[in-house]
Design a protein around this ligand. Structure first.
Ligand SMILES: Cc1ncc(COP(=O)(O)O)c(C=O)c1O
Length: 476
């Protein structure tokens, strides 16, 4: 919360090339640029009502420049109405938009910001690293440091490969599972998202569901032909798939706690049973811990539940806010990866010193005693407060949390899978969402996304959020 409003600026200078007037939209963009004032004074902020005028202007311009005005569809406000907010800066648990509005943030850049945004130590370390260059395209010592930390932390990982996103991590991990087993079929769960590589774009949860797209055009049938789908938490469905495809399943991949259909934990013993059935069938168990890794505990969901998969994918937190991903597993499996083995996978910027620096300093902070107890405490209070407020206001609601990950639905529940999640009252969520925004609380703009807290969230943040929820839930 140390950020002040002075210095709020979009950092864009009018481009001289825009004076070529290629299209009429250029005029619109110019207007937008000149209308965004570089600073918002504290006094101005005190007096102003909640307005998103500058965000709206910037987003209207963005729509002419980028598809849908965003660089990732989940950022669009399609399911909650209105327009995305355009942000200027983040610090700790708070965010500031270009209109000068301040928000308590529960998106955390979709997960990475577990120690709070723009942590002073991370920024200082990045500044030092940057002086030596941003990318070598050759080995650097920092890769060893982060690799050692990841291997030490995550029970299933004996060797790791760093990549640049969660998508890449899952894509590489899938190829590896197929290479190692010599089989091609995979099982995934309805509502689990594993990045946007073709074979995973079947029943892929939040992003696709929020836009109301069944699957993506452009994905060839052949790419998803070997992808089998079961409802989450449905062991009988998984058993049937193994039975019908004996000796053909390379791997079963899942989010051990689903975050991409909203927050859905596994039923007791579900993960155990999945572990058993994959082992019995010679298939690899892949935990996609891009979201849960270092969030449910320092060793991820696998440490939290005491289930060790064969391959694990990571992302988000291990890059501390810079683009990163990783996959890892037992040595004998990982030694299939080039150049140790024949399975090809590569990356120009993989393991770059900046991402490694941000990641390792984020993990160091998480190692401090009490980190996960703190996340558990504040997140529990938050969810309980919201659910109680909902009950008082007469809404059917359910929800839960594990450590720094949470979610709630506008339905009685229980929610065990994506079909259950879809029973949530989407229009009520949209009204709740808009009300909370106006109260200065930023949740993910979809009913089908998990929420995230951070070590920077204070008791006061939680209290203010619950008070805002009490007010808004009475109004909707
Ligand atoms: C569980 C899971 N896997 C994979 C991904 C893809 O990661 P990225 O967006 O970094 O490509 C995500 C992204 O949200 C995710 O939540």
């Amino acid at each position: 919360m140390a950020a002040t409003l002075s210095g709020v600026g979009i950092g864009l200078r009018p481009s001289t090339s825009s004076s070529t007037h290629k299209h009429s939209q250029h005029a619109q963009r110019r207007n937008w640029r000149s209308s965004v004032k570089m600073t918002v004074s504290i006094e101005e902020k005190k007096q102003k009502k909640f307005s998103l005028q500058k965000s709206e202007e910037a987003f209207n311009a963005a729509k002419e420049l980028m598809p849908g005005g965003v660089n990732s569809p989940v950022r669009a406000f399609r399911s909650v109405g209105g327009q995305p907010i355009v942000f200027d800066s983040v610090k700790g648990s708070h965010m500031w938009d270009i209109d000068g509005n301040e928000y308590i943030d529960y998106v955390g850049s979709w997960g990475p910001a577990i120690i709070g945004h723009a942590d002073d130590k991370v920024i200082a370390a990045l500044t030092e690293t940057m002086k030596k260059g941003t990318s070598f395209g050759a080995p650097c010592l920092l890769e060893n440091v982060l690799a050692e930390m990841v291997i030490k932390a995550v029970p299933s990982i004996e060797m790791v490969r760093f990549v640049n996103s969660g998508t890449e991590a899952c894509m590489g991990a899938l190829r590896l599972a197929r290479a190692f087993t010599g089989r091609e079929k995979i099982i995934k769960f309805d509502g689990c998202y594993h990045g946007h590589a073709d074979p995973f774009l079947v029943k892929a949860g939040s992003g696709v569901a929020t836009l109301g797209l069944p699957d993506s055009p452009g994905v060839p049938k052949a790419a998803t032909y070997e992808t089998l789908v079961a409802p989450f938490n449905d062991l009988a469905a998984v058993e049937k798939l193994f039975e019908a495809n004996k000796g053909e399943i390379a791997a079963l991949i899942l989010e051990p706690v689903v975050g991409n259909s909203g927050f859905i934990p596994p039923k007791p013993d579900f993960l155990n049973a999945i572990r058993k059935i994959t082992r019995e069938n010679g298939a690899l168990l892949m935990f996609d811990e891009v979201m849960t890794g270092f969030r449910l505990s320092y060793g991820g969901a696998q440490e939290y539940f005491g289930i060790t998969p064969d391959i694990t994918t990571l992302g988000k937190i291990i890059g501390g806010g810079l683009p990163v991903g990783a996959y890892g597993g037992r040595r004998e499996i990982m030694e299939m990866v080039a150049p140790a083995g024949p399975m090809y996978q590569a990356g120009t910027l993989s393991g770059n010193p900046l991402a490694m620096t941000a990641g390792l300093h984020t993990l160091k902070r998480l190692q401090e005693p009490g980190s996960y107890e703190y996340l558990d405490k504040i997140t529990g209070e938050l969810v309980q407060g919201i659910l109680e407020a909902g009950k008082k206001a007469g809404h059917a609601m359910c929800g839960g949390h594990i450590r720094g990950m949470f979610g709630f639905f506008f339905t009685e529940g229980p929610v065990y899978n994506f079909d259950d999640a879809k029973k949530s009252d989407a229009s009520k969520f949209a009204r709740f969402y808009q009300g909370m925004l106006a109260e200065g609380v930023y949740f993910a703009p979809s009913q089908f996304e998990a929420g995230f807290t951070s070590l920077a969230h204070t008791g006061e943040d939680i209290q203010r959020t619950i008070e805002a929820a009490e007010k808004v839930l009475k109004q909707i």
